[in-house]
Design a protein around this ligand. Structure first.
Ligand SMILES: N[C@@H](CCC(=O)N[C@@H](CS)C(=O)NCC(=O)O)C(=O)O
Length: 215
């Protein structure tokens, strides 16, 4: 029995795409929160996710937070879908490098962009935090584009959960204005479109009301 607790358009989207790629039965439970971010529904959500963040996965007796960890767990639990290379291979190491980098560096920069007030003790400092986050996210985007090359995926021809993660993060990059918008870089937009060409990924994004194309 699998249940994904989350909110559309958040870090929920990557595990949601993984579940649809796997094609297994699961329930999606919408998490509701107050304006201050305190979960109000479902009852007892804080017991599963003590910081009140989304997403959370329940897989039989396992309760798991952290979007990247959920993606990795699902890819490993359903190995027939080839969403992550086998343990011990150079390809696995490379996919893990991408996944770690995307969650601990790129996603962290997005948190500064989306929640600037949490990253300054200055009551008037939020704008400066956002400005710095935009500079950082733009540099990260450009380096990802460089390493992506002609792709179509991060590991070249092999599609992995790292691509799903990048697609989620690049869609967040449309919140940045002008040249900082992630989809103004053709290879990043092409990568999103390549991920969205996969029926499972497309269905999850469609169900969440997200963008089905970067163009
Ligand atoms: N490292 C966590 C971050 C989760 C996270 O920050 N989720 C956001 C939505 S994208 C959230 O719940 N924000 C509400 C808040 O921080 O108040 C993960 O990747 O799952």
């Amino acid at each position: 029995m699998i249940t994904l607790y989350g909110i559309p358009g958040t870090a929920t989207t990557a595990p949601h795409m993984v579940l649809e790629e796997i094609g297994t039965l699961y329930d999606f439970v919408l998490v509701e929160r107050t304006d201050d971010g305190v979960p109000t529904s479902p009852a007892g959500y804080l017991e599963m996710s003590p910081f009140g963040k989304v997403p959370t996965l329940k897989h039989n007796e396992l309760v798991l937070t952290e979007s990247a960890a959920i993606c990795l767990h699902l890819a490993d639990a359903f190995p027939d879908h080839d969403l992550i290379p086998k343990v011990g291979t150079p390809e696995r190491a490379e996919a893990m490098r991408w996944l770690m980098f995307l969650t601990n560096t790129v996603q962290a920069a997005y948190l500064r962009f989306f929640y600037p007030a949490r990253h300054t003790a200055d009551a008037n400092g939020a704008d400066a935090v956002v400005a710095a986050a935009v500079v950082e996210l733009t540099a990260l985007r450009d380096e990802i584009a460089k390493q992506l090359g002609s792709g179509p995926f991060l590991l070249g021809g092999a599609f992995t959960i790292a691509d799903i993660y990048l697609a989620m993060l690049s869609s967040w990059g449309t919140e940045l204005e002008g040249d900082a918008n992630w989809w103004t870089v053709p290879s990043i937009a092409a990568h999103y479109n390549a991920v969205l060409a996969r029926p499972g990924c497309r269905k999850a994004v469609e169900d969440e009301g997200g963008s089905l194309s970067a163009s």
